[in-house]
Design a protein around this ligand. Structure first.
Ligand code: SAH
Length: 262
């Protein structure tokens, strides 16, 4: 039996960018799609696995840019599935880590559409590999929190001070997605519960050839991002687990040294 029966929608994680980080299951799903709806953080190289007959629709929507309205994307998926299409919704990273995968599944299920999920490697994990540091460690981090720096418009903002206090008490690594725009607020909030000398890192375009990364301290996180001209998409990592990085001390003492991984 093929991975998708006609009339289904599969949310497929395209990973952080490097097409070699796609799962085999993702490749099979892409190959069997008759309609692909592609988010803008998805590397176009993965579309090379699509059938030449498949229709490809780019529905990217970056914060602050002109975008395809979410309601249109959801309606299009439902319409296509009802017409018997094998729809693949390609999302950056993992479909269930931010990126509104959860909302789409609820909407599709409410419309009676069969939905499947194929995991992808989320950006936090690619950033950790880029930094050559784990996100958990028996001596330095008992867990990790994935948190958004950009709440839904109108929704309550993340309580950064409470999160920092919790991370401090429980020895947790913080990984912040979509944190670039509000980095100053994030830094100020976190400083209410974590020491300014807590190690931090920023990874832009993790896993891609243009990847850039830098290490710093929580107390100069925003300044470092600005000075290095780093932007979106970036992952921010905050926590003592970064102390274990071979080059961390070296780079931190040399200032905010920025270097490309490759
Ligand atoms: N579902 C995705 C996250 C979507 S939210 C995942 O699992 O990775 C979009 C945010 O993810 C970006 O603003 C950025 O913070 C992060 N991101 C996605 N790809 C990235 C990459 N290659 N490098 C750094 N951050 C990335």
């Amino acid at each position: 039996m093929p991975l998708e029966a006609p009339g289904t929608v599969t949310l497929v994680g395209a990973g952080p960018g490097d097409p070699e980080l796609l799962t085999l299951k993702a490749i099979k799903a892409i190959a069997s799609a008759t309609l692909l709806m592609v988010d803008d953080l998805v590397n176009d190289a993965v579309l090379g696995y699509a059938s030449p007959q498949a229709r490809i629709v780019h529905v990217g929507k970056r914060g602050g840019c002109i975008s395809t309205p979410q309601s249109f994307i959801e309606r299009l998926m439902i319409m296509a599935a009802r017409q018997g299409e094998t729809v693949v919704r390609l999302k950056g990273g993992d479909p269930f880590i931010f990126g509104r995968g959860g909302e789409e599944v609820e909407y599709l299920r409410a419309a009676g559409i069969t939905v499947r999920i194929v995991n992808g490697i989320t950006a936090a994990l690619a950033a950790a590999s880029s930094l050559e540091t784990p996100l958990t460690h028996r001596d330095r981090a008992h867990g990790v929190v994935f948190v958004t720096g950009h709440a839904k418009p109108g929704a309550a903002n993340t309580h950064w001070a409470a999160l920092a206090a919790c991370a401090h008490e429980a020895q947790l690594t913080l990984v912040i997605y979509m944190g670039v725009t509000h980095i100053t607020t994030i830094e100020q909030g976190l400083l209410q519960g974590l020491p300014a000398h807590t190690p931090a890192a920023i990874v832009e375009h993790a896993s891609l050839p243009q990847q850039r990364q830098t290490r710093c301290l929580l107390g100069n996180l925003a300044q470092t991002l600005q000075m290095q001209g780093l932007g979106s998409p970036s992952i921010l990592v905050v926590g003592d687990v970064l102390q274990g990085m071979a080059q961390w001390h070296e780079n931190a003492s040399a200032g905010h040294q920025l270097y490309a991984q490759r």
